[in-house]
Design a protein around this ligand. Structure first.
Ligand code: ADP
Ligand code: MG
Length: 518
């Protein structure tokens, strides 16, 4: 017999919907914190036991609810935040669907205590209201969620371990707190306070530590980490749009593009970015948990973010005078045979043109005097220049007096074309790889090392970095200063292609701290 259609009872509808809105303790904590923030709380205290499956308790000092609203808020699609679809266009609150409380109370033992002056206590079990009574409470709201998913075994089974849930809840609390430094947040896990954030202007540093580069732009504020801190996943990437935490591959890609060649291909730079866009240009009603959004002008936004990140890497203070010097003579690192490197321009001229002078070379480092003392990692500078020249300045190779002969290895046939593309002019002859010309920055004596590095990953960024580091070259002061001057003409001259910092100013405090720590 064909089953007859029936209308599902409201409680069942809520339980089904709950699966979408709240799938684990962390998503519940997120919804409840967002409610407290929408209620303009100044202090929010979250407590969990057993990863949240036993208990989630959240207490705020927000506006609270009247006895009437304390009941209404538990109904599905009951919200104080929008009145019509049009309001979604100018949304100023984090919530808007009126679904979270209905969902949460349908899958737990739920207690609400709230007061807008008059305090009410409501007890709900599996979506069924059991008790409504007056109680004592200052203005604000406390919600307790116990025995989560006790009546939805399918979902209960798929919960993570308490420790994994605790980690997720902690991350949510800390993440949301980043966008609301004026609000106090605390988290108590199994009776122990694990997060205690007072209102503070330096919350980002307190929670995430120091970032190396500040990002500023129209409607964009935040930080990106130094390239060498890049990770293999997106976990270090935090985005807020109008203070709402969001996941956005688009913005992630824009940041990555802004990093340019400072970072390897499959690396994700940690960042925290706050975007402010007008509410009409973003649709947050696309994901049940409001984790994603749709932007109207994706291209413009992408470009804005990319450019802001690019600017974050351009050091503004150090080059007060324009870098208008003639291109330095081609130089090579030939250690034997005729050197094409010219003696460096006289020192007087540096003062005039650069107002910077090389002081000395210590191992791999050059010290330059400018407004600050500057420390230059020569291997990193070398790697950046080498990478740029192999990547872009093809054709500037210098013919070798005698071809270099390198014994043939399997796969060389395919390599010849790529090598030639980089300006490494070569051919195969009788099972020998003959190198006829090399770019100026590759020295014939050590060329085989470069080839080895390149063969390992067939990635130019990696090969350039690896080769220069392993070279352990002793740079003369002239060579070192040339290198420093040339690297300043590169667009990305703060980092080498593997994300190692090329140079840094040494500040007075740095020197003092050396003395203090000794
Ligand atoms: P939404 O946030 O989408 O409106 P919720 O189900 O999360 O939906 O909450 C329903 C309503 O309950 C909110 O619109 C708000 O009016 C009220 N509410 C929920 N939590 C709080 C709170 N902590 N303080 C004051 N009011 C609250
Ligand atoms: Mg809500």
């Amino acid at each position: 017999m064909k089953p007859k259609i029936i209308r599902l009872p409201e409680v069942v509808i809520n339980q089904i919907a709950a699966g979408e809105v709240v799938e684990n303790p962390a998503s519940i904590v997120k919804e409840l914190i967002e409610n407290s923030l929408d209620a303009e709380a100044q202090a929010i205290c979250v407590e969990i036991v057993g990863g949240g499956q036993q208990l989630i308790r959240i207490e705020d000092d927000g506006c609270g609810m009247s006895p009437e609203d304390a009941l209404l808020c538990l109904e599905r699609h009951a919200t104080s935040k929008i009145r019509s679809v049009d309001d979604l266009q100018s949304l100023a609150t984090l919530g808007f669907r009126g679904e979270a409380l209905a969902a949460i109370c349908s899958v737990s033992h739920f207690e609400l205590k709230t007061s807008d002056g008059t305090a009410t206590r409501v007890l709900v079990e599996g979506g069924v209201i059991k008790t409504v009574e007056p109680c004592a409470r200052n203005r604000g709201t406390t919600i307790e969620v116990r025995s989560l998913f006790y009546n939805v075994p399918a979902r209960r089974k798929f919960q993570k371990s308490p420790s994994a849930n605790t980690a997720q809840v902690t991350r949510i609390v800390e993440t949301v707190a980043l966008a609301h430094p004026e609000v106090a947040f605390s988290l108590i896990v199994n009776g122990k306070k694990t997060v205690d954030l007072k209102p503070s202007a330096s919350r980002i540093e307190e929670v995430l530590g120091k970032f190396e580069h500040e990002v500023k732009g129209e409607g964009i504020l935040g930080y990106v980490a130094a390239p060498h801190k890049a990770m293999s996943t997106r976990t270090g990437q935090i985005l807020f749009v109008n203070k709402r935490p969001l996941f956005s591959p688009l913005i992630s890609k824009a940041v990555k593009t802004g990093f340019g060649t400072r970072i390897a291909e499959h690396a994700y730079p940690p960042f925290i970015l706050f975007l402010e866009v007008c509410p009409e240009s973003i649709d947050v009603n696309v994901h049940p948990q409001k984790k994603e959004a749709r932007f109207k002008d994706e291209k413009i936004l992408f470009q804005k973010v990319q450019e802001a990140v690019e600017r974050a890497f351009s050091p503004s203070f150090i080059f007060t005078e324009p870098l208008s010097f003639d291109p330095p003579p081609a130089f090579s690192f030939l250690e034997e045979g005729p050197s094409v490197s010219q003696p460096v321009v006289e020192e007087k001229e540096f003062d005039l043109v650069f107002a910077e002078r090389p002081l000395f070379v210590l191992k791999n480092y050059l010290f330059v005097q400018k407004e600050h003392l500057i420390l230059v990692d020569l291997a990193a500078a070398h790697a950046r220049l080498l990478f740029e020249s192999l990547n872009k300045e093809k054709g500037l190779s210098q013919a070798l007096m005698w071809p270099l002969e390198i014994p043939w290895e399997k796969g060389d046939e395919e390599r010849v074309a790529s090598l030639n593309e980089m300006g490494i002019e070569c051919r195969l002859l009788n099972r020998t790889l003959l190198i006829d010309a090399l770019p100026a920055l590759l020295d014939p004596i050590h060329f085989s090392h470069f080839l080895d590095s390149w063969k390992i990953k067939r990635r130019l960024d990696w090969a350039a970095g690896d080769y220069c580091r392993r070279l352990r070259k002793e740079y003369s002061i002239e060579e070192a200063f040339q290198l420093w001057r040339r690297v300043q003409t590169c667009r990305d001259f703060l980092y080498d292609p593997l994300g190692h910092r090329i140079w840094a100013p040494i500040q007075l405090e740095d020197l003092e701290s050396i003395l203090v720590s000794k």
